[in-house]
Ligand binder design. Sequence first.
Ligand code: F6R
Length: 618
Amino acid sequence: MCGIVGYVGNKQALDVVLEGLRRLEYRGYDSAGVALAVDGTLATAKRSGKLANLEKTLAETPLPASTTGLGHTRWATHGPPTDRNAHPHLDTAGRVGVVHNGIIENFAQLRSELEDSGVAFESDTDTEVVSHLLAAEFGSPGVGHDLAEAMRRVCRRLEGAFTLVAMHSDVPDAVVAARRNSPLVVGLGDGENFLASDVSAFIGHTREALEVGDGQVVEITRDGVTVTDFAGRECQPGRYHVDWDASAAEKGGFDHFMLKEIAEQPKAVADTLLGRIDEAGRLHLDEMRLSDDELRDVDKIIVIACGTAFHAGLVAKYAIEHWTRVPCEVELASEFRYRDPIVDRQTLVLAISQSGETMDTLMAVRHAREQGARVLAISNTNGATIPRESDAVLYTRAGPEVAVASTKAHLTQLVACYLVALYLGQLRGTKWGDEIRWVVRELAELPAKVEHVLQTVQPVRDLAASLRDKGSVLFIGRHVGYPVALEGALKLKELAYMHAEGFAAGELKHGPIALIEPGVPVVVIVPSPRGRDVLHDKVVSNIQEIRARGALTVVIAEEGDDAVKPYADHLVTLPECPTLLQPVLATVPLQVFAAEMARLRGFDVDQPRNLAKSVTVE
Ligand code: F6R
């Protein structure tokens, strides 16, 4: 939710920290702040609003030089997004500086204890209790000047989810961090070390990283990294090499990250297929760490995810049930554990999460595992908490996704779901080899077809210009076109702040058709006419029904689908593709439509209001 950075080294800490915050701003942009260790004190600056506000302040009033620092970019939970509530938060003497991502659930009780002992609070945040608690522990018997030990003692008193990064003016060459249910990685440099919410923050300096486990405290100095659990026992964190570089986290000539990420989709889809299908058209997903016997044993699949990832899950259900004949449910992760779901050892839970850190999904994963289910994560982030806590993982290979609205990660989630479904079909013998080979050939053609959609998408931008003043846009589809409709509506809501709703086309007549009045744009996703005729023909009938009531129809259909032409006020065509795979193509014009609409209406394409990319609170 929030982005945090810590640095100790030989460079100017402020430059390193600000560069990290720029890369992490997608996590929250309600305020930003930094603290530096300077001559036995802490120098701080913080401002509400985007990082640019802080940078302006720092340009007007520079901070002294320092090689130790920390920083924060905030997505507000406790207290409004003001200067006062911006992190870092200091103790009363201004010697401890703390930044935090997450929620400290028992902060009210801790705050009243501290207030009873005479501490005056400066902010409305839950974070500030940590600054005062650390100040009280630091220097106490058994702690002395050991900031990591002070942090361990404080963490044992905290409830909730948190990543904390802290400095003390008396220990100017160290930064300490702790994590519970919130992300934290260490970057290993030469004579310098880094702490951050994710590796993009320090990718310009090092590609070597350590995974910090849950319930651990890290201390970084110029030359070393020490990791312990909250009880003080030493831990051996896993080390990994990041296989992308700084240029992947830059805009690369595009005006917005989202546009760059939309353009990267052919490659992202191709990369996600790479090496997972052999020349004979057989799938190889050995990396998943689930044995063939375990997968044959599965008698139910439950997909859990949030937002756009949930829409990928809805598509997965069609593919899984069709190719494997195993019953599949799809559930919003935030609802899953609260309904007492029926889950056992023969249940395979598919947890889809780009970030691998979404708290709702993580909690659902834990619940499923507690009930005995096997969990297979589909994630875009190596070493994130959800893949680490799952029994198995299939990584999507979209590369870093910076824009808050998910695009390339979503397309690769779809592809990963197809791979899992086909693999199960292959393993369980529910699909003939030649049927699998046919789908595999179609999958292999997707990158070129997505590229074709991108090359021919200009009319969609023009369409956005003509619809920019509409009050509402509706989206309808059947079968896998229904999740595509939901995704199209979500993208338009979150980016262009327009009222948008997605419906199953067959449901229209059960109520929503009352919303149709002359001129209301309705985007219709039409399945392939070469697939199941009934499905296609039913959607064509739905277009006629809404058009008869005055809707302005925007029809997304396969090239050569003559049946839709008479009823389409605007026609967007897609290359031929089996209906089950069509979401990979049909989603792309909807992404472009939403991004263009946001641009035309003057909104921030990469950082829509009130949102954050990685939602690490429930
Ligand atoms: C919408 C969007 C969100 C995410 C959701 C889940 O464009 O990006 O709806 O899909 O917050 O995030 P992950 O996949 O990281 O779990």
